[in-house]
Every structure is written in structure tokens, then in C-alpha cells.
Design a protein around this ligand. Structure first.
Ligand code: NAX
Length: 327
């Protein structure tokens, strides 16, 4: 049987953690033949560590055959030790009266420390997914704080936006969501993201031709996908958790095991393609194979799309500028 791999998860006692850990331990992320050791980070605070213990008791009670060990900790150097995968879910949420700059600064501190810890102790091939918001900028900070690790190891989660877009398109066209291909979401994980179905197909047919309604695209589809997180909070009284955990599983599974030629969306450090400056962590269409992602290049960007891409890029560059003095 295979040697266990080490999967670090931060914010492990939070609501996404609770929807995520059991699926990783059951083999849904890395395969039903891949044993895992979970290395779970929570803030050192007594209450958080106690809640984490409770989650671990439940993990034990699942008797997952693939779960080869669980390490709870309040120390990033322990959590990331030899980690093959790191899912950075824990982040500082915006509190009452907190300004955007305060939020950026609080998270810059967390992701600088975690980036440094990854740099020091993680596997040199560690695959990092940042879920905690602002996800793209947090991934950028972690990447910049880990200079001895390859830049390409750092990614941010745009997959929830991708999956939300796919679901809206399936509903609009009366098709099965699993049949939709070549969809992508450009940019920041925020309401400025640009979900782009111009290249998408369903059952071999063009989604754009099937919908054939630019007003729906601009005035219904994009706002619905962009504001979906807020709509979930409004309905549930809590932010998306199961769907976020599901997207994290999708992102890591495809990265590790391959997408079989299918396009998926990942937030990855730009190398300058599509006019996105180097190092900006941007949502792009990629395919994945043999543990590597590959950007889908050469897509035509029309005027409408360019405006959307410029807008989401500007927001990301403003966020980057807001943390530049902290790096
Ligand atoms: P919760 O508040 O339920 O859980 C977060 C957990 O992280 C808490 O238990 C907290 O103690 C812990 N934590 C905070 N700072 C930490 C640190 N420095 N080290 C280790 N643990 C730390 O939030 P949850 O609903 O689980 O959401 C987690 C993050 O995901 C939030 O930042 C949220 O905004 C973000 N999201 C990102 C999404 C995406 O698509 N990229 C979608 C869903 C979600 O909103």
C-alpha cells in the first residue's frame, strides 16, 4: 500500500474545516488508495484548541481506514513539518468597525508567518491552497514569504466561483452541470471576479450560442455569481462552508490527480500571460496533469472581457499595494 502523505489544514476547528477534514480523511481528495496524516493548525487559544480536540474525537470515531495519523497544534512549524499539501483556511474575519486596511494588515501578519513556516519546514513540493480571505492576496503574501519554495506551489481558491458559475449555466440552459466544459473565472475571489463562458461547451455545443443573451450575462449571471457568497450568508446566517470545502477538495484533487484534459479554474501566480503582471495571484483557466497545472494560453480577450479583467486586476493590485509595506 502507498506511503501516507502529510496534509496540513489551518483553521481546522472552523466551519469549513468541519466540512473538509472528513472528506480528506475518507480519500475524496487524494484518492481512495492514499493514506493521509492530518496536521491541524488552530490558534493557540484554549477554546479553539479544545474545539479542535472535539473534531479529532469525531475523526477517530469515523474509523477511516486511510487516516494514518492526526497531529493537532497551535504552532505553524509543527503543522507544516514535511507537509505535502497545505490548505490555508484559517484567516482573520472582518470584525465590526474593522477597516479594510486593518483586515489586510491582520491577514498579512498571519500569512507572512505561515509562509515563513512553510519555507522552513514543508516538503519542497508542497502544494499550497489558500482559502482564507482575501484569498488571492493571502496566497501572494505566503508566496513572497517563502522564497525558497517554487512560486508555482502557491495557489488561491477560485474553484467555488467556478462551480457556482457552472451551476448557474446548467440551470439557464437546462443541461447537466457535469457536462459543462471550458468554463473559467478570471481574477480575484471577490465580487469583481469575471466568470467567462465564451469558450464553454455543453454536450459539444457552445454555451454562448445556447444562451445568446449578453444582457443576461452582464446583468444577471455575473452579479449572481459575484454576490453568491453574500446571498448564502443572507439565507443561512452563516457563510458558505460545505460548498467551500467541496471546492477545496475539487481544487486539490484535480491538482494532485489531474483533470483529464478538462479546464478548471485556479488562482495561480502569473508569469505575465494575458497582460497580468508577474506574481499577481489571478484566477486563470488551467489543465492539470502529473501533479502540475498548465495555463490555457492564447484565448481571445474581447472588449467586454478586457474591461472585466482590468477591473478585477485593479482590485488585486490595490490589495497588493495595501500590504507592500508589510512584506
Ligand atoms: P470560521 O471562522 O468558521 O473558521 C476559521 C477558523 O480559523 C477559526 O476556527 C479560527 O480560530 C481559525 N484561525 C484564525 N486564524 C488562524 C491562524 N492564524 N492559524 C490557524 N487558525 C486560525 O471561518 P470559515 O467559515 O471556516 O471560513 C474560513 C475562511 O474561508 C474565511 O477567511 C472565509 O472568508 C474564507 N472563505 C473563502 C472562500 C473562497 O472561495 N476562497 C469561500 C468560503 C469562505 O468565505
Amino acid at each position: 500500500s502507498k506511503k501516507p502523505v502529510r496534509v496540513a489544514v489551518t483553521g481546522a476547528a472552523g466551519q469549513i474545516g468541519y466540512a473538509l477534514l472528513f472528506r480528506i480523511a475518507s480519500g475524496e481528495m487524494l484518492g481512495k488508495d492514499q493514506p493521509v496524516i492530518l496536521q491541524l493548525l488552530e490558534i493557540p487559544d484554549e477554546k479553539a484548541q479544545k474545539a479542535l480536540k472535539g473534531v479529532i474525537m469525531e475523526l477517530e470515531d469515523c474509523a477511516f481506514p486511510l487516516l494514518a495519523g492526526v497531529i493537532p497544534t497551535g504552532d505553524p512549524l509543527v503543522a507544516f513539518k514535511d507537509a505535502d499539501y497545505a490548505l490555508l483556511v484559517g484567516a482573520r474575519p472582518r470584525g465590526p468597525g474593522m477597516e479594510r486596511a486593518d483586515l489586510l494588515a491582520a491577514n498579512a501578519q498571519i500569512f507572512t508567518a505561515q509562509g515563513k513556516a512553510l519555507d522552513k519546514v514543508a516538503s519542497r513540493n508542497v502544494k499550497v491552497l489558500v482559502v482564507g480571505n482575501p484569498a488571492n492576496t493571502n496566497a501572494y503574501i505566503a508566496m513572497k514569504s517563502a522564497p525558497s519554495l517554487p512560486r508555482k506551489n502557491f495557489t488561491a481558491m477560485l474553484r467555488l466561483d467556478h462551480n457556482r458559475a457552472a451551476s448557474q449555466i446548467a440551470a439557464k440552459t437546462g443541461t447537466a452541470v457535469g457536462d459543462i466544459e471550458k468554463l473559467t473565472v478570471w481574477g480575484n475571489h471577490s465580487p469583481t471576479m469575471y466568470a467567462d463562458y465564451r469558450f464553454a461547451t455543453v454536450g459539444g455545443k457552445s454555451v454562448k450560442d445556447l444562451i445568446n443573451d449578453q444582457v443576461w450575462n452582464a446583468e444577471v449571471f455575473l452579479p449572481t455569481v459575484g454576490k453568491r457568497g453574500a446571498a448564502i450568508i443572507e439565507a443561512r446566517g452563516l457563510s458558505s462552508a460545505a460548498s467551500a470545502a467541496n471546492a477545496a477538495i475539487d481544487h486539490m484533487r484535480d491538482w494532485a490527480l489531474g483533470s483529464n484534459g478538462k479546464w478548471v479554474t485556479m488562482g495561480i501566480p502569473s508569469d505575465g500571460q494575458y497582460g497580468i503582471p508577474k506574481d499577481v495571484i489571478f484566477g486563470f483557466p488551467v489543465t492539470t496533469e502529473n501533479g502540475e497545472y498548465k495555463l490555457v494560453e492564447g484565448l481571445e480577450i474581447d472588449k467586454f472581457s478586457q474591461e472585466r479583467i482590468d477591473k478585477t486586476l485593479k482590485e488585486l493590485q490595490d490589495e497588493q499595494a495595501g500590504v507592500a509595506h508589510l512584506l
